[in-house]
Design a protein around this ligand. Structure first.
Ligand code: NAD
Length: 249
């Protein structure tokens, strides 16, 4: 018996990295899982790939319609789709600010808005948003990204308060540096990717990057019925980057 037997889940940005690891873990734990992504064809059975750009309201509503038709409802929504941005507050123009906030913040509102009627019908409804340690700590040279993830954190708390009486729990995870294609792309852009990876690992209190599976387990924990008493929280999965830094670790 899996913890998610009989439950239906949708994971945005589920075709890669943290989202894919989460979709696979939920499916292994018994859930029927839809992956809502720009590139859904890359996901394998039993995952249901559904084309969905979270910045396009029509595509979002159509994707949730597919979830209703194919899965018969929705119990778990993982708002994980996200994109990055580098530099200080002056590094990005208005268009780039709007583009990143549209995916990382408004995307969560769009998908949740479309999914709420289904979640309200569920006896075990949970939303987990993917925040970032950047949204809690405010990372240097990540001004726009930190602002977007700070908004995800605040939005999670507001959503938790708004929907507690609908029986919908809302929490978020705040990963540190996770070994995903995203980080791989950043490393590949460096002059010496191997040296850059070594330096990145050396900056982690644990001496290694967090794995996508480790974040997936945190998301599944917050999404599962066993966490029925938990809403409005952030769970850091950062190898101690945030908490230990405050203690001089
Ligand atoms: P990734 O690039 O491996 O995967 C992101 C997925 O999101 C891709 O499949 C992509 O197609 C999808 N996506 C992007 N824009 C989309 C859109 N408009 N609509 C639908 N799907 C879209 O990245 P990842 O590292 O797995 O990151 C996933 C989430 O975790 C993001 O929200 C990111 O901000 C967050 N995060 C990542 C790290 C890290 O170190 N990798 C750390 C903290 C937080």
């Amino acid at each position: 018996m899996g913890e998610f037997d009989g439950l239906r889940a949708a994971v945005t940005g589920g075709a890669s990295g943290i989202g894919l690891a989460t979709a696979r873990l939920l499916a292994r734990s018994g859930a029927a899982v839809a992956v809502l992504d720009l590139q859904p064809r890359e996901v394998e059975d039993p995952l249901l790939g559904v084309r969905c750009d979270v910045t396009d309201d029509g595509e979002v509503r159509a994707a949730i319609d597919v979830v209703r038709e194919r899965l018969g409802g929705l119990d778990v929504l993982v708002n994980n789709a996200g994109i990055g941005a580098q530099g200080d507050v002056s590094a990005n123009d208005d268009a780039e600010w709007h583009r990143v906030l549209d995916v990382n913040v408004v995307g969560i509102a769009r998908v949740t808005r479309a999914a709420l009627p289904l979640l309200r019908e569920s006896a075990s409804a949970a939303i987990v948003n993917t925040c970032s340690i950047a949204g809690i700590a405010g990372l240097p040279q990540r001004a726009l990204y930190s602002a977007s993830k700070g908004a995800v954190h605040a939005l999670t708390l507001a959503m938790a308060a708004d929907h507690v009486h609908d029986g919908i729990r809302v929490n978020c995870v705040a990963p540190g540096t996770v070994d995903t294609p995203w980080v791989e792309r950043l490393l590949d852009a460096a002059a010496d990717p191997a040296a850059e990876r070594e330096a990145l690992e050396a900056r982690q209190p644990t001496g290694r990057l967090v794995s996508a599976d480790e974040v997936a387990h945190a998301i599944a924990h917050l999404a599962g019925p066993a966490s029925g008493g938990t809403t409005g929280t952030v769970l850091t999965v950062d190898g101690g980057m945030f908490g230990l830094r405050l203690r001089g670790g």
